[in-house]
Design a protein around this ligand. Sequence first.
Ligand SMILES: [Zn+2]
Length: 555
Amino acid sequence: MRILSNHRPRNIQRAVFVALFVVLSALPLFAQRRERTVESWKPLHYDVNLSFNEQLTEISSARTEISVEVLKPNVTKIDLDFGELAIDSIQIAGAPAQFDRTNEQLNVALPRAANRGDKLSIAINYHGKPKDGLIFARDRDGKQSATGDNWPNRVHYWIPTLDHPSAKATVSFTISAPQRYQVVANGKSGATTQNALMSQWKFDEGKAIPPYCMIVTVNEGAVINSPDQTITNLIYNVPQKDRDYAVKGFSSAAPALAFFNQTIAPYPYEKLALIVAETRFGGMENSSAIVFASNLLALHGGEKMSARFGIPTRIENVVAHEIAHQWFGDSVTETTWADLWLSEGFATYFAGLFLEKYEGDAAFRDYMRDAAEQVVRYSKSNKMPIHDTTTQDLMSLLNDNNYQKGAWVLHMLRKQLGDEAFFKGVRNYYNDHREANATTEDLRSALEKSSGKNLKDFFARWIYGAGHPRYELSWGSMERASTTSLFVHLNQLQDGDPFLDPVPIEFTVNGKPERRTIYPKGKLTTETIQLPGNPTGVKIDPDETLLKEVVSIKP
Ligand SMILES: [Zn+2]
């Protein structure tokens, strides 16, 4: 997803982080985060039936039927995540089941112990107004609406689930709502039926998706077909206020779909709805039903505009980012929260690649330079690696490490492996893990295979280690008749281990560029470089292929 810049508690978050860091630094080890991973059973399919009341203020009745597979011998209960909604009854294979509830957990007792490979169906009947996850709010037209907004683990406030990204499953929805409403959910839409008061909508998502991506939106907005249906059935669901601008405002969406379709793999889902509704994020990548913040299409003067599409670059960026997530995050989902960069770093980088293709190299360079500046600023108060196994608050993982630094790691891999090996590796990684989960090590393995290179040290330093190189370059020279010998010292000032990435240097000699590369062996590297004369200018990394800080360059 993308964070709303004005909603981001940057300073508070940082202050807390600094305080936390000081406290935790005194301890011998950071406490490992415990994740709600799949253990004794896994969900296969959720069949979710929701009926809304006339005022659209609550769920008047709900029935979620969960197909599960047992993974261990002698399992006596299914422990679901479920919030505080009132439960009316629970059945297993049609017979009433016993259950107890503690601290957002719903333990359903099995009539007899189940064994590995057993399949069960559990139906939970419930009702009420969820305290989170499904947001009831006025939309931009002032009309009542309801929209799912689950990241990271808030879907269990309205659907009983195993609420962790590794527990992927297919989902179908049957939604009953008063006739004035439009309903959009994940997956292919089925038949809509009506009686005198209510309409019933059906949707079926046949690909396994992470629970945080399961959503429904119920609103009185407009539903518009995109004029470009080349890649998939592309529709827009927007407030009536945005009806006239929607086709123009979303004009970069079909090109983004086509670009990722070609660069990565065929689009993974049955349709794509771009929804403007309630979300706490700037955009949320729910599989085949992306939700953007309610003010996405509200134009304000003085915005930076896309030369290609004539829309604010703010819209172009977030649309490309959320569409890229359909492949990375939704289809290939992070196995643990420590692997979140596989979702956010990829979406950030592939949105950049879309700019490179449609807006040109200069726009791409600006985008990556901004990202680098954010990482450098962020690193002053945060010393965690990208692969963060200790931060307890999942919301604070929506940080510059997982987004911008993750994007930069991908950019450096592309530049060091070359386009051919990089994109081949990414495509293989995608195809090996689509509709499933992946770890950081899965990505490393795919890129090692496609490039023939050992990337252990690169990943150890950039993903599992913290920080970035802070270079200090100095030199002394000895001039002879035709050549100058330069004794170059490249010092790395950051904490921790050296970065061993090759460092391109451009010297200006007699008005001409002379490129050389330094291969660091440790924190301090000294090399002798022959040049045709004394340099009048020196630049580190002239093509911007490294995430870095240049602290000083002087003889
Ligand atoms: Zn994102």
